[in-house]
Design a protein around this ligand. Structure first.
Ligand SMILES: NC(=O)c1ccc[n+]([C@@H]2O[C@H](COP(=O)([O-])OP(=O)(O)OC[C@H]3O[C@@H](n4cnc5c(N)ncnc54)[C@H](OP(=O)(O)O)[C@@H]3O)[C@@H](O)[C@H]2O)c1
Length: 239
């Protein structure tokens, strides 16, 4: 197994939820961690929860120059993670969406392609890339066509890049319903909604960000794993 001790780990979208949990777990295992996202507010909140050693930067996945500058400052990257949401989640029946609304959901995917394109030139020969998709790629309810297609795009990109970038490794982690800030829009209904949503999950609960972070660290540190998608979803994909 590879160790994360003194490895340079960069997490775009690393200031909240799954990305932040990954940043904290990697730092606890001795990695040098850089975490970035758009908003100073999210960064300030993350700093109150994270070890002082994590270096936070304001950065948007759509800012190619900013990505190039950050990666050049870091130098060698051993593990590059994109966990950014990066777009408004377009939740509506396909026939009720405009082409613009449908396309907007893909801003997550374009952000991921920017992270990979800017980051891979700095990736070590034994390094890895981890992208985050989600259960809707392979199991979704009506109204989720846009996020399903985005998830499939991320998973397809992961497989294609694993071939092109070998011996560097590329993997995808696909979370189910995870209790993160992504659901803060539910306000006071969040807990009740999670109980209702859990009824369709074999383990009868939603997941926690650190459970997904654990899978991200597994693919980072296991040298024979590439081109795969690891599901962390409490069994939600079962028929
Ligand atoms: N939670 C779930 O149930 C679930 C399920 C399936 C898939 N996922 C996927 O898991 C990943 C992580 O989500 P999460 O649940 O951890 O959400 P989260 O807690 O809301 O975290 C999202 C992170 O992405 C950053 N971000 C968003 N847009 C960005 C951009 N354009 N550039 C740079 N950073 C950006 C956010 O910070 P700023 O706002 O400061 O930019 C934040 O750090 C996402 O790809 C999401 O689609 C989550």
């Amino acid at each position: 197994m590879q160790t994360l001790e003194n490895q340079n780990v960069v997490i775009i979208g690393g200031t909240s939820g799954i990305g932040l949990a990954t940043a904290i777990a990697a730092a606890e295992q001795g990695a040098n961690v850089w975490a970035a996202s758009r908003s100073e507010g999210t960064i300030d909140k993350a700093k109150t929860q994270a070890p002082d050693s994590i270096r936070f930067s304001p950065l948007d996945t759509h800012d190619v120059t900013g990505l190039q500058q950050l990666f050049a400052e870091i130098g060698t990257i051993h593990h590059l993670v994109s966990a950014a949401t990066g777009a408004n989640r377009t939740m509506a029946p396909f026939m009720e969406q405009t082409a613009e609304q449908f396309s907007e959901a893909f801003n997550k995917f374009w952000g991921y392609t920017n992270v990979v394109r800017a980051g891979v030139p700095h990736l070590s020969a034994d390094g890895s890339v981890v992208l985050v998709s989600g259960v809707p790629a392979r199991k979704c309810n009506p109204g989720m066509s846009a996020i399903s297609c985005v998830g499939n795009a991320v998973e397809g990109l992961g497989r294609a890049l694993a071939l092109e970038l070998a011996p560097r490794r590329v993997n995808v982690v696909a979370p189910g319903i995870i209790d993160t800030a992504m659901f803060d829009w539910m306000g006071d209904n969040k807990a009740t909604n999670f109980i209702r949503m859990s009824q369709n999950i074999p383990l009868k609960r939603v997941g926690q960000a650190n459970e997904v972070a654990n899978a991200i660290l597994f693919v980072m540190t296991t040298p024979f794993v590439t081109g795969t998608t690891i599901d962390v979803d409490g069994g939600q994909l079962l028929p």
